[in-house]
Design a protein around this ligand. Structure first.
Ligand SMILES: [Fe+2]
Length: 273
């Protein structure tokens, strides 16, 4: 199966973003090998990553991927938003950090602290006030990695679904570096993956299988299904239900340290963002 199915939409929430040029599709998925991106942190055994080459989506694929608004408020979605310049202005210095050891020093600066508190205030204006709010985290990744998430075994896990924690639905992740970063995802919910896997081979998963088992089984049974690569430019954020879809971050082709702000909560309808 190499054709995209109807599933999770990228909601075009803002007119400022060049939606036409921000998406590529992979040739499918494959097991990571030692030669995959050759970054210093190795892949864990049996990690799955997008299979190259990347290509631009066709017009019918764009129709499947993009939507100007959600059909139902409860639908899962992915979106990108721009952070206002008056906030980013305080955080410019984070984009100049060359090595992660200098990051803590820069984060102690009053100007940067002010920027971080302005980000939190900004998020308050469009999050669901009744929703649980996780503590924010400023993180970093090395440049030029096909996928970035490192697991407890200090190896990269590849495409995955986050463990469910609390009642949060979305993750927001703001690019505070100076290069684009990318959000990789498969545009199908865990329920869709379960259905497709169990229809094809009823022995691979059961109703009690965890989401990691289901997403891995899907990629092994359907290695030609494309992964979406969504570009998130400096000063932009992605919002995505990372506890419900197969995903990872990506810094492929970049030269500078990837710095990001992230937290989990539930956001209001994306059209308001
Ligand atoms: Fe994740």
């Amino acid at each position: 199966m190499s054709q995209l199915l109807e599933g999770i939409k990228i909601v075009q929430s803002s007119n400022e973003i060049s939606w036409e040029n921000c998406v590529l599709l992979s040739a499918g998925t494959e097991q990571a090998s030692v030669s995959t991106d050759q970054a210093s942190t190795p892949y864990c055994n049996n990690s799955l990553v997008p299979r190259l080459p990347w290509r631009t989506p066709t017009a019918p694929e764009r129709q499947i991927l993009f939507s100007s608004k959600l059909k139902k408020l409860s639908d899962l979605y992915v979106s990108i938003m721009s952070i206002p310049q008056n906030i980013l202005f305080h955080l410019n210095e984070l984009g100049n950090v060359e090595h992660h050891t200098a990051l803590n020093y820069v984060l102690q600066k009053e100007r940067v602290k002010k920027g971080i508190s302005l980000i939190q205030e900004h998020i308050e204006t469009f999050r669901l006030q009744s929703a649980e709010l996780s503590k924010y985290r400023i993180g970093w990744n090395e440049p030029n990695q096909m996928t970035v998430t490192v697991g407890t075994d200090r190896c990269r896990v590849g495409l995955h679904i986050d463990n469910q924690r609390g009642s949060s639905l979305h993750r927001i992740s703001i690019n505070l570096g100076s290069d684009p970063r990318y959000f990789l995802f498969i545009n199908l919910s865990i329920q869709q993956l379960y259905y497709l896997v169990s229809q094809t081979d009823g022995n691979v998963v059961s109703k009690t299988s965890g989401s990691s088992r289901i997403c891995r089984a899907f990629m092994q049974l359907f290695p030609n299904y494309p992964v979406v690569k969504l570009r998130v430019d400096p000063g932009q954020a992605y919002i995505a239900p990372t506890e419900h879809i197969t995903h990872d971050g990506c810094t492929e082709g970049t030269n500078s340290l990837d710095v990001f702000f992230t937290m989990r909560t539930i956001f209001d309808e994306p059209c308001r963002v």
